[in-house]
Design a binder for this molecule. Structure first.
Ligand SMILES: Nc1nc2c(c(=O)[nH]1)N[C@H]1C(S)=C(S)[C@@H](COP(=O)(O)O)O[C@H]1N2
Ligand SMILES: [Mo]
Length: 320
C-alpha cells in the first residue's frame, strides 16, 4: 500500500466526476473494460518512474523565482507529473506517461464562426505570428489544489483581432482534439467528447487570457496540453482547455463538457471564489502542490483587481 499524505483530501484521490452519477460512469467504464484504460489506471507506480525530461538550466529563460505575490514557482517536475487530462486518464500521476507518445505535429487550429477572416493556422505559424511572452500564473483546480506555473504564450486577444470578430459574436467556443485511437479516456462513453470550453468575448479579450505553447521556456509537453492550450488564471483550471484544434466565435453561450456532465457542479463562469462552495466541498482553502497544509483561496485566484469589473452587478453565486 502506497503511503498516502494525510493532508491530501479525498477529492484529490477520487477523480472529480466519480460521484456525479455513478451509474452512468460505471456504464462508461464497462464500455472500455477491455480497452486498457482500467489496466492503466491500476498501474499508478509507472508515473513515479516516468521522469520528466529534466530541463538543463541553460535552456530556461525563466527569470522570475516567484509569482507577484511572492510565492515560489512549482518545479518543472511537479507541473509535468500531476495533470488533469481526462482524454488520457483520471489518474493525475498516470497522465504524463500515457501521453508521452501523443503526436502533436502536424497540428492546425481553425478559427472561425462569426469572424470576418476565418483562418486555419499551422501551430508553428501561430507561434511565429506573435511575440511569445512569459506569464507566471497560479493555476487553481476546482478540486482544491494549486500550482504556480511559468507559461510561455501570447494573449488570445491578438489572435481574435487577426480574424476580426463580427458584431454578433458574444462568446468564444474552444474545442480540443478528438483522437480516441490515441487517447484511451475518449473511449470512455461517460463524457461528451471532444472536450469543449467557452468564454464570454470580453473574458477572451482580457490581457490575462493567453494561449500557452510552452512552460519553463520549453515547448509544452503533451500532458500539459501540447501544442497549444488556453490559460485563464482567474478561473478554475478546467476552463483552461488543452490541445485546442478549433476556436469559434459564437452568439450563444457554449455548453462545455463539464456543464454537459454536471451543470449544477461546473458552471460556465467557474471564477475562483472561496465564498461559493462546490456542492460537495468547500472552496475556501486549497493545497499548493509541494506544500504541507492548506492556504486560503483568493477571490478570482488573486486577480480580482484586474478582472472583478467584468462581473459587476452579477450574482456570482448564481453565475458560478
Ligand atoms: N482537453 C482537456 N483540457 C483540460 C483538462 C482535460 O481533462 N482535458 N483538464 C482541465 C483541468 S480540470 C485542469 S486542473 C487543468 C490542468 O492543467 P495542467 O495539467 O497543465 O496543470 O487542465 C484543464 N484542461
Ligand atoms: Mo481541474
Amino acid at each position: 500500500m502506497a503511503y498516502r499524505d494525510p493532508s491530501i483530501p479525498w477529492w484529490e484521490i477520487t477523480p472529480e466526476h466519480l460521484y456525479l452519477d455513478r451509474r452512468r460512469f460505471m456504464r462508461g467504464l464497462a464500455l472500455v473494460a477491455g480497452s486498457g484504460l482500467l489496466a492503466a489506471c491500476g498501474a499508478g507506480d509507472r508515473a513515479q518512474e516516468a521522469e520528466a525530461p529534466a530541463p538543463g538550466a541553460q535552456e530556461l529563460e525563466v527569470q522570475a523565482q516567484t509569482d507577484e505575490l511572492g510565492d515560489p514557482l512549482n518545479t518543472y517536475r511537479e507541473i509535468t507529473n500531476y495533470n488533469n487530462y481526462y482524454e488520457f486518464s483520471t489518474d493525475k500521476q498516470a497522465v504524463a506517461q500515457m501521453a508521452r507518445e501523443f503526436p502533436v505535429r502536424p497540428w492546425t487550429v481553425t478559427v472561425g464562426g462569426l469572424v470576418r477572416n476565418p483562418t486555419t493556422f499551422d501551430v508553428d505559424d501561430l507561434k511565429a505570428l506573435f511575440d511569445i511572452e512569459e506569464r507566471i500564473y497560479r493555476l487553481r483546480c476546482v478540486e482544491g489544489w494549486s500550482m504556480v506555473i511559468p507559461w510561455n504564450g501570447f494573449p488570445l486577444r491578438k489572435l481574435l483581432e487577426k480574424v476580426e470578430p463580427l458584431p454578433q459574436a458574444k462568446y468564444v467556443r474552444f474545442e480540443a482534439i478528438h483522437a480516441p485511437e490515441q487517447m484511451p479516456g475518449q473511449r470512455n462513453g461517460f463524457f461528451n467528447w471532444p472536450y469543449v470550453e467557452g468564454l464570454r468575448l470580453d473574458e477572451a479579450m482580457h490581457d490575462l487570457t493567453i494561449l500557452a505553447t510552452g512552460l519553463y521556456g520549453k515547448d509544452l509537453p503533451p500532458q500539459n496540453g501540447a501544442p497549444v492550450r488556453l490559460v485563464v488564471p482567474w478561473k478554475y483550471g478546467f476552463k483552461s482547455i488543452k490541445a485546442i484544434v478549433k476556436i469559434d466565435l459564437v452568439e450563444i453561450q457554449p455548453v462545455s463538457l463539464w456543464m454537459a456532465a454536471a451543470p449544477h457542479e461546473y458552471g460556465f463562469y467557474a471564477n475562483v471564489n472561496p465564498e461559493v462552495p462546490h456542492p460537495r466541498w468547500s472552496q475556501a482553502t486549497e493545497r499548493r502542490i509541494g506544500e504541507r497544509g492548506r492556504r486560503k483561496t483568493l477571490p478570482f485566484n488573486g486577480y480580482a483587481d484586474q478582472v472583478a469589473h467584468l462581473y459587476a452587478g452579477m450574482d456570482l453565486s448564481k453565475y458560478f
